[in-house]
Design a protein. Sequence first.
Length: 229
Amino acid sequence: MTQLPVRDAADNAPVTLDRREGPYGEVVLRRRGGHLEIIANGCFLMDTADGRSERLLVQAALDRLDVPRPAVLIGGLGVGFSLAYAAAEPRWGAVAVVEREGAVIDWHRTGPLAAYSAGALDDPRVVVLHADLVAHLAGAGPSYDALCLDIDNGPDWTVDEANDGLYGPAGLAAARRRLNPGGVLAVWSAKPSAAFEDALRAAGFADVHTLEVAVARGVPDAVHLARRV
């Protein structure tokens, strides 16, 4: 890990812990007060302040499954809330997580984010795939009982335009192909999206609905849910 000079954190100023240049641009890990945050190409992605909606992403999918020992694919390692929550649940039989940023994986293996993934990367059920989620879903591979996807701010507000394809017809068709019959698609969003609900129905999903999680300021976080029939 590249160590950078640390600034005084007075007045809650961010302190840069690591900065990497990768195939998708710059990714930065910062500390702000008592929390860590990930910045990609200058845009805030996520922090460790509140993981309720990330945990709901996993729990809501599991609640809608009636198969023993289901397999889940988590799209986006992020700060680790979703993965840690899945690994803490013995009902999951297999947990795969796809993360395209090698720096993020490193920060969980040997860096400050290891505390938030809580040893999940060492769980024998867990496989970490260093790959782009959109490309991974479009390719050949195993099917899953649940896809829990959180790689951006949501279908109406993407930080990386390359992620737009996840929410369009081709991306949703790819997700549907990678789900077992009756499988659940759960998609995190920084705000509810009626247009995305319509897109899910148009892509052939059933039982489409949205759960909301109130936040301190602004519109609620959302988890969009749908089922492959």
